[in-house]
Design a protein around this ligand. Structure first.
Ligand SMILES: Cc1cc2nc3c(=O)[nH]c(=O)nc-3n(C[C@H](O)[C@H](O)[C@H](O)COP(=O)(O)O)c2cc1C
Ligand SMILES: [Fe+2]
Ligand SMILES: [Fe+2]
Length: 398
């Protein structure tokens, strides 16, 4: 059934939500689903902004036809060529052969890789600052390379102040009845998913996000229309501030993170005890995770939130316990910065995971490693209380 929504003057959301997909990019669990947003401006000329993922193509095409009625769209603006947004381009062109595709030079390189059959389609190639008149609305193009692919760009509607921001300002999570962020308790419903989306999708590209935020600061933005998640029309500064923090690798709060790995429970028991002591001595909120149980995208998202991270890790065949190694590799891949780590290693004959974790963490920018490290020989006992206390004190004071 047609289900598009007017979001402002002549501007419509024509996307849809998928609650069946279990993993986004076949990696990230999305228990709350995900939305794929597309937009349309119906002016003297009609423009569509991106398409949608193939999983919601029926709903998307119904919404598109519904919003257009008898009209034929003039432009399809392609802000992002990733298949979760571009999958329906060939279908749209088949429905409306007169349509002109609008993108930058890279957009069209990628377009011909995904859809060589569209090589002869009418196109307008835009660059930074170019504009396109629709009538009352004038579109202006802002390049956003690597947020999240090299061809990504934003389109700004100078008439309404709507910024079509591609993957930026997006979040995991299906859209329920409301289309606007202010129709939800965003912090409760979306913030954790938004942070996890940021950390794992664009976390690596903090510098590029910073560059585009600087450009965006020069625009009179009254609405942000991302490709995933709700549209922002109120409290925009609050969400931009989150992006400022996330993209500069600045911890969001003072909470302390304890992540442990454990085969048989001994390292786990030590981590639990230490977490309780850290909580008591610091007065701060402490979150504890089992690295084998919690998806690594949740752990990296928590690293984005917290400034201080305590790792408890067994030695495993002379190496780092593999789930912990995987987590650390993800931290390196996502270029985690500006964090304090404290390390506890376990080993029954030759504990080595502490040194090996230190080597990995030294790949990260501006990371402090708390001294002393805690070494557990198989299990922690009451006789080790002094050593544990010294470790906890060092964590709290760091
Ligand atoms: C398959 C396997 C490999 C291990 N390899 C090492 C090792 O190379 N060096 C070492 O000192 N301990 C090694 N250990 C012992 C663990 O590091 C750890 O001391 C033990 O699993 C107790 O902690 P847990 O109950 O938290 O698993 C190994 C344990 C297992 C099960
Ligand atoms: Fe993307
Ligand atoms: Fe996307």
């Amino acid at each position: 059934m047609i289900n598009y929504k007017k979001i402002t003057e002549d501007t419509y959301w024509i996307g849809g939500s998928d609650r069946r997909l279990s993993r986004f990019e076949n990696i990230f669990p999305i228990e709350n689903g995900v939305s794929y947003n597309s937009y349309a401006i119906i002016d003297e000329k009609t423009a569509i902004f991106d398409t949608a993922d193939i999983s919601i193509s029926d709903q998307y095409l119904e919404n598109l036809k519904g919003v257009l009625g008898e009209k034929k769209p003039d432009y399809l603006v392609i802000n992002h060529m990733e298949p979760d947004h571009c999958s329906q381009i060939a279908t749209v062109v088949a429905m409306y052969p007169e349509i002109t595709l609008v993108g930058n030079a890279k957009t069209f390189t990628f377009l011909s890789q995904f859809f060589p059959e569209l090589n002869e389609q009418r196109k307008i190639t835009v660059a930074e600052g170019d504009t396109l008149e629709l009538g009352k609305h004038t579109l202006s193009f802002v390049m956003a390379p690597m947020v999240h692919w090299p061809e990504a760009m934003f389109t700004f509607d100078t008439a309404t102040g709507a910024l079509f921001s591609a993957d930026a300002f997006g979040t995991f999570g299906a859209i329920d009845a409301g289309i606007f962020a202010d129709e939800y308790d965003f912090e409760k419903k979306f913030l954790d998913d938004a942070r996890r989306y940021y950390a794992n999708i664009v976390g690596k590209y903090g510098m590029q996000v910073q560059a585009v935020l600087k450009k965006a600061a020069g625009l009179d933005i009254r609405m942000i229309c991302p490709l995933h998640g709700p549209v922002w029309r109120e409290n925009i500064a609050w969400f931009i501030d989150k992006y400022q923090k996330w993209s500069t690798y600045t911890p969001e709060d003072e909470d302390i993170l304890v992540i442990y790995g454990s085969l048989y429970g001994h390292t786990e028991s030590a981590a639990q005890k230490a977490a309780a002591m850290i909580r008591e001595k610091s007065g701060k909120s402490v979150s504890v995770y089992d690295v084998s149980q919690t998806h690594v995208s949740v752990l990296t998202s928590e690293v984005w939130r917290c400034g201080k991270i305590v790792l408890f890790c067994p030695t495993y065949n002379n190496g780092i316990y593999t789930p912990m190694e995987n987590f650390l590799s993800d931290c390196i891949a996502l270029t985690v910065q500006n964090r304090t780590f404290a390390l506890a290693q376990n080993g029954t004959w030759a504990p080595a995971s502490g040194k090996l974790m230190t080597e990995k963490l030294q790949c990260l920018k501006n990371v402090k490693i708390v001294e002393p490290m805690l070494t557990i020989k198989s299990a922690l006992h009451e006789t080790d209380e002094q050593e544990l206390e010294a470790f906890v004190n060092a964590v709290v004071e760091a």
